[in-house]
Design a protein around this ligand. Structure first.
Ligand SMILES: Nc1ncnc2c1ncn2[C@@H]1O[C@H](COP(=O)(O)OP(=O)(O)OP(=O)(O)O)[C@@H](O)[C@H]1O
Ligand SMILES: [Mg+2]
Length: 308
């Protein structure tokens, strides 16, 4: 049984133009994507800037309207619900954002920032509310005394922890983490990622983890979908993708991971050149004449590749 099942999701943004400011075309930000999340797993969405990762996350929590397709959460198609009906699901699905600097309201105290989601759903006394906030603040590894401080008094990593505490307030089942560490120093990134893995177990969370960084996705995710221009080029487990990549785009992404060991850099350059040559020769197997990605085909129980 899956917790979330996205079926042939499309999100097209209208492009306005011309003298009358009418719709002249559409950006096909997400153009026919299907995947499912099993309870407790971490599923990665990866691909270069602009490929549609955030748009998928926003469509799932209802910030973007789906143009077509289904988003089944626990058996209910969220795309068919009215705003009011959707509300109860917003409790179960929370999103954390890339930028811990702008995603927290600078004029509010931590207490009010973290308590805000629950104020929309439950009437707690201020005593109960403070206790609940201090509980989650402690869970994310911060001192419960900090709730009277303001966001500018914290480092980037601490702010992201506050953002995560806020997401945890309503006991969600699914957390969509959109580039949660890319604005942070590399030294802090690992801390935040490890702590996200800890709270996943503690709170029984399922993650949809969005990143353009294949190294981070590998560290965090059980399964993943590789995106290119609004579509999936490949889907599989970490092993499928990193050990047996099939799509030329996936191979290029993997070859582009920077090599930290100087000794291996020469070899890496060689691999990159090889992949560039392979791309020239096999491109037509993976992209149609308009450069569009084909539909996914299953090549094993866990592994699918977009091929002709
Ligand atoms: N509100 C909007 N109106 C029109 N086009 C949009 C809008 N939001 C996003 N787009 C376009 O949709 C496409 C997908 O954007 P999206 O933000 O989902 O990409 P992304 O994969 O999250 O990229 P990044 O890694 O840079 O965050 C892009 O081409 C973008 O320009
Ligand atoms: Mg994005």
């Amino acid at each position: 049984m899956s917790l979330l099942k996205v079926n042939d999701l499309k999100v097209h943004y209208p492009i306005l133009g011309g003298f009358f400011h009418t719709v002249i075309d559409h950006v096909r930000a997400v153009d026919g994507v299907s995947f499912e999340l099993r309870p407790g797993e971490t599923y990665g969405l990866v691909g270069e800037s602009g490929c549609g990762k955030t748009t998928i996350g926003r469509a799932i929590i209802g910030l973007n309207k789906a143009t077509s397709g289904e988003i089944n959460f626990n058996g209910t198609d969220l795309t068919q619900l009215s705003r009011g009906q959707r509300r109860q699901y917003t409790k179960d699905i929370q999103m954390i954002f890339q930028d811990p600097y702008s995603s927290l309201n600078a004029r509010k105290r931590v207490l009010d920032i973290v308590a805000e989601p629950i104020r929309n759903f439950e009437r707690l006394s201020s005593e109960e509310e403070r206790k609940r906030v201090q509980f989650v603040i402690e869970r994310v590894g911060l001192n419960p005394e900090i709730i009277y401080k303001y966001p500018h008094e914290f480092s980037g990593g601490q702010r992201q922890r506050i953002g995560i505490a806020r997401a945890l307030m309503l006991n969600p089942k699914l957390i969509i983490a959109d580039e949660p560490v890319s604005a942070l120093d590399v030294s802090v990134q690992a801390q935040v990622l490890n702590f996200m893995q800890d709270i996943q177990k503690e709170f029984n969370l399922t993650y949809l983890f969005i990143s353009h960084d294949l190294g981070i996705i590998r560290h965090m995710c059980d399964r993943m979908g590789i995106m290119y221009r609004g579509r999936f080029v490949e889907e599989g487990t970490s092993e499928d993708i990193y050990n047996e990549p099939q799509h030329i785009y996936t191979k290029r992404l993997i070859a582009a991971i920077p090599e930290l060991e100087t000794a291996n850099r020469k070899e890496k350059t060689h691999i990159r050149n090889q992949i560039a040559e392979e791309y020239r020769q096999t491109k037509h197997q993976f992209f149609d004449k308009d450069g569009r990605v084909f539909s996914l085909k299953k090549i094993s129980d866990t592994h699918s590749v977009a091929m002709q």
